[in-house]
Design a protein around this ligand. Structure first.
Ligand SMILES: N[C@@H](CCC(=O)N[C@@H](CS)C(=O)NCC(=O)O)C(=O)O
Length: 309
C-alpha cells in the first residue's frame, strides 16, 4: 500500500515536471519553430511513405499479372545506343533470350531489396544478383546452354565471369562515374529529371570514389586501370581464339556476361581506352560483339531510347 502511494506520487511529480519542461520549451521561440519543423518533416515522410507503398502495391499487382513462368526483369531505362548501360542487365536479358524464356521489363523499380540492379520477379518470387538469377532460371526452365562444355572449359569460363564481374566492373565504374564524372552517362542515357542531370553526377562522383577505395581499384592510377583493362581484354581475346563464341559454335551462359561488358565499350563507353582496346587492339572482340548483337538482338534498334527504325 505504502509502496503504491509512493509510486503514484512520483508519477504525479514526474508529470508536473514534464509539463513544466514542455511549457518552458514551448515558450522559447526557437524551440517552438524547431518542433513545428520536425513535425512537418515527420508528416511529409509519412505521407511520402504512404504513397510509395501504394505505388509499390500497384506495381506488384501488375508484375504478378505477368502470367505464370513469365519473368519480370527490373532494369534501368533503355539507352540511346545500347539497350542497357548495365552489363548485368544485358547478361540476364541475353540469357533469357538465348534460353527462350518469356519476359517483360520494368523500369520503374530498377533496384531490388538488396539495392542492386537487375533483379527479377518470377511467379511472385523476387530474385536478385544476375548470377543467382541465371542459376535459378537454369534450374526452373531446365536450360541447357552450357551442357556441351567440358568441365575444364566450364571452370575457365567461370573464372572469366568472375574476372569481368568482380574486377572489370570496378574499372568501368570508376571510369564512368569518377574519371569522366558521368560523361558517358549523360551522352548515352535519356534523363527524365533534373535530379539525374545535376544532383546525381555530384553525388556519384564522391560515392564512386568511396566505393572504389573500399573495393581497392581507386587506389590505382587511371593509367594502371587502363593497363588492367588491357590485360583483361587480352585474356578474352586469347580465350576466344578463332572460335565464334566462348561456348564454341553456339553461345553459352558466359557469352552473355562477356557480351554485357563488351557492349559497353562498343556502344556506351565510346571515346574511352576501353573502346580503343576492343575496336583497335583486339578487333576480334569487336567482331564477336557484333555477332552476338545480331544473334541475340535482331530488334536492337527498336529497343533503343528513342526507338530507331
Ligand atoms: N553482383 C551483382 C552486381 C550488380 C550491380 O552491381 N549492379 C549495379 C548496376 S550496374 C548496381 O546495382 N549498383 C548499385 C550499387 O552498387 O549501389 C549482379 O551480378 O547482379
Amino acid at each position: 500500500m505504502c509502496v503504491r502511494v509512493c509510486v503514484s506520487r512520483r508519477i504525479v511529480k514526474m508529470n508536473i515536471s514534464v509539463n513544466d519542461s514542455l511549457e518552458t520549451l514551448w515558450s522559447n521561440e526557437w524551440a517552438r519553430r524547431s518542433i513545428v519543423i520536425c513535425i512537418g518533416f515527420g508528416v511529409i515522410i509519412c505521407v511520402r511513405k504512404f504513397f510509395q507503398n501504394r505505388k509499390r502495391a500497384k506495381l506488384r499487382a501488375d508484375w504478378n499479372a505477368a502470367g505464370k513462368d513469365v519473368v519480370v526483369l527490373h532494369q534501368f531505362w533503355r539507352g540511346k545506343y545500347c539497350p542497357n548501360m548495365s552489363p548485368y542487365v544485358l547478361k540476364v536479358e541475353c540469357f533469357m533470350r538465348l534460353a527462350g524464356i518469356k519476359y517483360i521489363t520494368d523500369t520503374q523499380e530498377p533496384f531490388g531489396a538488396r539495392g542492386l540492379c537487375p533483379w527479377i520477379t518470377l511467379n511472385g518470387e523476387d530474385i536478385e544478383d544476375s548470377q543467382h538469377i541465371v542459376e535459378r532460371l537454369t534450374e526452373q526452365f531446365n536450360v541447357k546452354l552450357d551442357d556441351h562444355l567440358t568441365p575444364e572449359r566450364k571452370a575457365t569460363l567461370e573464372a572469366i565471369r568472375i574476372m569481368l564481374e568482380e574486377h572489370m566492373f570496378w574499372i568501368l565504374f570508376m571510369y564512368r562515374y569518377y574519371h569522366t564524372n558521368c560523361k558517358v552517362f549523360k551522352k548515352t542515357q535519356v534523363f527524365p529529371t533534373w535530379f539525374l542531370h545535376y544532383y546525381f553526377p555530384i553525388f556519384i562522383y564522391y560515392y564512386s570514389q568511396k566505393r572504389g577505395r573500399a573495393q581497392g581499384i581507386a587506389r590505382h592510377t587511371f593509367a594502371e586501370q587502363v593497363k588492367m583493362t588491357e590485360k583483361n581484354m587480352e585474356i578474352l581475346n586469347t580465350l576466344l581464339g578463332e572460335g565464334q563464341y566462348f561456348g564454341g559454335d553456339k553461345p553459352c551462359s558466359t557469352d552473355c556476361i562477356v557480351f554485357g561488358f563488351l557492349a559497353q565499350g562498343m556502344w556506351n563507353d565510346t571515346d574511352s581506352p576501353f573502346e580503343t582496346l576492343i575496336k583497335v587492339t583486339y578487333p576480334k572482340l569487336a567482331a564477336y560483339s557484333i555477332r552476338m548483337k545480331e544473334h541475340i538482338y535482331p530488334d536492337w534498334k527498336k529497343l533503343l531510347n528513342p526507338p530507331q527504325e
